[in-house]
Design a protein around this ligand. Structure first.
Ligand code: CU
Length: 215
């Protein structure tokens, strides 16, 4: 092998050497690959559990101080957004509402939470009006800038102030919020279970929630 490598280096240079050394490793069998994929999924799940701690201390839309611990025993379905959002938030809360309908009796165990990333404008009163337009069970959560930042951090949710349209100024009252659009499912112990993407359908989300709850 080393003689071959040495020859290769001499003849065509280092690049070819690297390729040859890769080829020397036997390709993994299908079985080995399947195991690796499974291990990878488990690792990803563990990493997500370690990273998404799900802790928060916020104000609900009735004006009461609440933390993640107040929701133990139910499965929180959490979305970060803001009420002035032109598209992603209303769409997602619409999906959440349909998921609740789709879940039927199982919806009793699910607690949708909408956490604002724009507490300057989204006061508890504003949140109360907004979530009521989607589903009676959705709880809107607001708080101080620091409380919201901490809640986002514990879910690795992302948000940043942005112009309402390209080239527009960001003023005190006129701005948009760019934000991540993940829908988190936490289990009844408050441990991260899953994250849904905005492209998942109502049926897919409801079926997966059921699967997690019946595990
Ligand atoms: Cu949004």
């Amino acid at each position: 092998m080393w003689l071959l490598v040495a020859t290769a280096v001499a003849v065509v240079g280092a690049q070819f050497t690297i390729r040859m050394m890769d080829d020397a490793n036997a390709p993994p069998t299908a079985e080995e690959q399947a195991l690796t994929a499974e291990e990878q999924a488990l690792t990803a799940q563990q990493v997500a559990r370690d990273i998404v701690t799900g802790e928060f201390s916020l104000i609900d839309h009735h004006g009461n101080a609440v933390t993640d611990e107040d929701f133990r025993g139910s499965w929180p379905l959490i979305f970060f957004g803001y009420t002035y959002c032109p598209d992603v938030c209303p769409t997602t809360l619409g999906v959440v509402s349909l998921v609740m309908d789709e879940l039927g009796e199982d919806a009793a165990k699910v607690q949708p939470l909408f956490i604002t990333v724009d507490p300057q404008r989204d006061t508890p009163e504003v949140m109360a009006d907004y979530v009521a337009a989607f589903h009676p069970k959705i709880i809107g959560l607001s708080g101080s800038l620091e409380q919201v930042a901490a809640a986002a951090q514990s879910h690795r949710a992302y948000y940043v102030k942005a112009p309402v349209e390209e080239g527009a100024e960001i003023s005190e009252t006129e701005y948009a919020m760019d934000h991540s659009a993940y829908l988190y499912l936490m289990d009844a112990q408050g441990v991260y279970a899953h994250v849904f993407s905005p492209t998942d359908t109502v049926e897919e989300i409801a079926a997966e929630i059921r699967e997690f709850m019946n595990k």
